[in-house]
Design a protein around this ligand. Structure first.
Ligand code: ARG
Ligand code: ZN
Ligand code: CA
Length: 259
């Protein structure tokens, strides 16, 4: 495929205090970030260092709020649910995905990308499901403070990159360091992408310069990749092999979403 695909999105706002009932404008700010990051039109695309610029890639995926609900009626692509739950946590994180547990039910996951926004009281910024899991849980969740670029979004996670990262997982991308931090050999894990250097651990904050691990010199870790853990300002690229992997997922495991 060389063309562009557009994924219909439904945003479920699950709010307790009025401030958590994020505005339509804040939701649109998140959609705008996704359309920039997945088309490599993000304003910071030129910050990719020269030694990685050759593999930085346009994913050719766009996102739009759904215009039809599951019954084919007109919709804004936004649902709003007033919950009695004052705060969700890691331990109770899937509660946000069901009306029966203080959240909002998903729309059919073979036809929509379900995105939930809710108040998490621990440090969880977001989480996603990989392809192949139960339909009732499919999609991803973002904390109110890490959603979009305005309103409740708070530094250093106020550039909308949590959703970019989570959609990477939803399209089958693995963390760039290979998720082997807890293993004795932190260089044995892999993200299954040949053009991202083998990397020992996740990267936090807003690093600069060459960081070598796992013998990956001279260029070092690709810590500016969306699938690392830096602050929002520090991540601004997908690689070519990540793009191939995401698009393969769309063609095989998530074909319904393109219909
Ligand atoms: N911890 C989350 C995850 O592993 C999200 C991290 C997002 N990082 C960011 N800078 N927004 O899925
Ligand atoms: Zn992640
Ligand atoms: Ca590793």
């Amino acid at each position: 495929r060389t063309g562009i695909v557009r994924i219909p999105v439904v945003v479920h706002v699950v709010w307790n205090t009025a401030a958590q009932n994020v505005s339509d404008a804040q939701i649109q700010s998140q959609i705008d970030v996704l359309n920039a990051d997945f088309r490599r039109t993000n304003a910071d695309a030129a910050s990719v260092p020269a030694h990685f610029a050759g593999v930085a890639a346009d994913a050719r995926i766009e996102f739009a709020l759904a215009v039809r609900d599951p019954n084919c009626g007109a919709t804004t692509g936004i649902t709003r649910t007033n919950t009695a739950t004052t705060g969700f946590t890691r331990a109770t994180r899937n509660n946000v995905k069901s009306a029966a547990t203080g959240g909002a039910d998903p729309w059919p996951s073979d036809r929509y990308l379900n995105m939930w926004v809710a108040n998490f009281t621990d440090d969880l910024l977001g989480f996603a499901t990989f392809p192949g899991g139960p339909a009732a849980l499919d999609g991803f969740v973002v904390d109110t403070q890490a959603f979009g670029t305005m309103g409740t979004a708070a530094a250093p996670f106020n550039l909308g990159r949590t959703a970019t990262h989570e959609i990477g997982h939803w399209l089958n991308l693995i963390h760039i360091w290979g998720d082997d931090t807890a293993q004795p050999d932190q260089c044995s894990g892999t993200d299954m992408c040949a053009d991202t250097p083998n990397q020992a651990d996740e990267t936090y904050g807003n690093p600069a310069g060459i960081r070598i691990s796992c013998g990956n010199g001279p260029n070092g870790d690709m810590y500016m990749n969306y699938m690392d853990y830096t602050d929002d300002v520090g991540m601004f690229m997908f690689s070519q092999d990540q793009v191939t992997r995401m698009n393969a997922t769309l063609m095989v495991a998530r074909t319904g979403i393109l219909a």
